[in-house]
Design a protein around this ligand. Structure first.
Ligand code: BGC
Length: 356
């Protein structure tokens, strides 16, 4: 930050309802979002931009095309060149930004890792996210409830297939580990089995959270295992663990193609409370989703930006969960919320969070 701006900003710190816009040197925040092809990021980039603007910041919003890593790598140094005083970055490949963040680090520009942790760099100053492990736990618990696994008659079992997130996203393992922690006892005693045998995260991870790849993998699973809407025994698929709505959309496309309906579809999880998921839940194709309220995370980042700009301590609530390889990152974790067919109207439709 230029010295004159620093003085102007710290003078304003006294009155924190500051309007940065009224100062000679406004504080500029650069936002980098991963893709325009996913409902969550599309909505959230603009919501964050608008909230930061209303708080008086200058804002530049960039999208990394459609999960295009080199585009995002070029954007970050450009944001520094263009005078951003802080960066908010939702990474595409969390392991690929070490070099791209060097200019920010050299210039002492704070970087907020948004939702996904950027790995292997000391450039990340703060991390604003949700309790990612808990999101997975919520998904696992939903499967246990939907399949009534605790009340299965002796000797019976249910079938499941597993879809994890992108291996390039640090969140993916948190979701997976949270869900598997809940499901482990049922796998261990045989109440739950994975007929494909694909049980390791590496076998089930869907690169870059691509719905097309998820669809293709589901096609393959249906073909190889011979699952059918009216299949009996292990030809009947009871559940699919899917880490997020975007994967579920590909899985549902595959199920539809194979003749499944909302009545015969397996129990399917998700995450993000997207409009697509709500429609799928109404139709019976999806059982649940996880609400990670965009407005809560955006408000948190606006607070962080205000604290950074005014030189105040930045509020965090976690220092021991997220190690990005350069050390534990100061984090604020927000709470994820379980959404199913029973509470989706109240939580998503009546509140206007999802518009159908
Ligand atoms: C986010 C999820 C999202 C997924 C795919 C994850 O990092 O935490 O909310 O569904 O990426 O974009």
């Amino acid at each position: 930050m230029k010295t004159s701006c620093k003085i102007a900003v710290s003078l304003m710190a006294a009155a924190l309802s500051l309007s940065f816009a009224q100062t000679a040197c406004a504080f500029k925040v650069g936002i980098a979002m991963p893709t325009q092809n996913e409902e969550r990021w599309m909505k959230e980039g603009f919501e964050l931009r608008d909230k930061l603007k209303s708080a008086g910041f200058d804002v530049e919003l960039f999208y990394g095309g459609d999960d295009d890593v080199p585009i995002q790598q070029r954007q970050l140094p450009r944001m520094v060149k263009e005078g951003c005083n802080a960066l908010v970055v939702a990474s595409i490949d969390g392991n690929a930004l070490t070099q791209a963040l060097e200019p920010a680090q050299k210039a002492g520009i704070p970087v907020i890792s948004y939702d996904r942790l950027i790995m292997n760099t000391g450039a990340v100053t703060y991390y604003a996210t949700f309790d990612n492990y808990k999101a997975g736990v919520i998904q696992g618990q939903a499967i246990v409830k939907a399949l009534d696994l605790d009340n299965l008659p002796e000797g019976e079992h249910k079938t499941i297939e597993l879809f994890g997130g992108s291996a390039k996203d640090n969140n993916s393992k948190f979701f997976w580990n949270g869900a598997m922690e809940v499901l482990k006892p049922y796998f261990d005693d045989g109440r739950l089995i994975v007929p494909s045998g694909q049980t390791k995260f590496e076998e089930c991870a869907i690169d870059l959270w691509s719905n097309d790849i998820a669809q293709k993998r589901m096609d393959e699973l249906l073909g190889k295992a011979g699952y059918k809407p009216d299949g009996q025994g292990d030809k009947h698929l009871d559940a699919i663990y899917s880490s997020a709505d975007i994967l579920s959309s590909g899985i549902i496309a595959s199920l539809r193609h194979a003749g499944y309906t909302g009545k015969t579809a397996p129990v399917l999880t998700g995450q993000d409370a997207t409009a697509y998921a709500v429609k799928s839940m109404q139709e019976g194709f999806q059982y649940m989703t996880v609400l990670k309220d965009a407005s809560v995370l955006c408000d948190r980042v606006v607070e962080m930006a205000k604290e950074i700009a005014s030189g105040k301590d930045v509020e965090i609530n976690d220092t021991k969960t997220y190690d990005n390889g350069a050390g534990f990152v100061k984090t604020y974790q927000c709470e994820p919320v379980s959404v199913d067919r029973e509470n989706m109207k109240k939580l998503l439709i009546d509140t206007g969070k999802v518009k159908l």
